[in-house]
Design a binder for this molecule. Sequence first.
Ligand SMILES: C[S@@+](CC[C@H](N)C(=O)[O-])C[C@H]1O[C@@H](n2cnc3c(N)ncnc32)[C@H](O)[C@@H]1O
Length: 226
Amino acid sequence: MINSDDATDYESVLLDRRGQAEAFDAIGDRYDEAFPHKEGQLAAGQWLIGSLESGARVLDLGCGTGVPTSRQLADAGLRVVGVDLSARMVELAGQYVPEATFEQADIADLRPGGPRDLGRFDGVAAFFSLLMLPRAEIPLALRTIRQLLLPGGRFVLSMVEADVDDFAIPFLGNTIRVSGYLREDLHKVIEAAGFEIVDESSYTYAPAVADVPPEEQVFLCCRRSD
Ligand SMILES: C[S@@+](CC[C@H](N)C(=O)[O-])C[C@H]1O[C@@H](n2cnc3c(N)ncnc32)[C@H](O)[C@@H]1O
């Protein structure tokens, strides 16, 4: 359920990133090996490409290794900026997509008035990165994304459908904390942040390794409501 006490600004939440960057530093390339099937992500990326002009500026938020999304967006002639909390992921992304720009930063750093101003974007992709935040932060991150987008800007995201908040799970030999929503609640959170959901797809996904359980992945294609 959505908690009506969800924080309305970053001042009232304690940012707790313990272990999150370290886990992804350690996971590195194994993330792509564990999740080899990316049909839903590629289709959502294609929607983003199709809805933008060539040369448009896009942000890959929580870009991981840059594969497949930064790679796909750069190949389509978009100007890609990727951001990730993990130094190792940023390093790998720079190797795999050298024509894009990557930065180690926290999603929270990008908020208006925050420590990292990346300018405005025509599109934002956040595939499986908002689920790394506690629920209290997800509406704040969505609001930041909306503010980073130019009017009419496009936003694609994916989440795992699950009613959990900052829940510790074993993941590729590490422990990460994840959050999720049931489908209707996810829609409400996205729409309340100022987005219109234009398209949606979902996939039941069994990762290619034993210590990550099957999951229902939800992909949403959105437009900034003006
Ligand atoms: C599950 S991976 C997804 C990577 C990539 N988007 C993809 O779909 O292949 C989540 C990524 O989000 C990054 N991440 C986690 N918390 C973050 C935060 N607060 N700010 C920026 N990136 C974060 C992790 O380091 C990791 O690379």
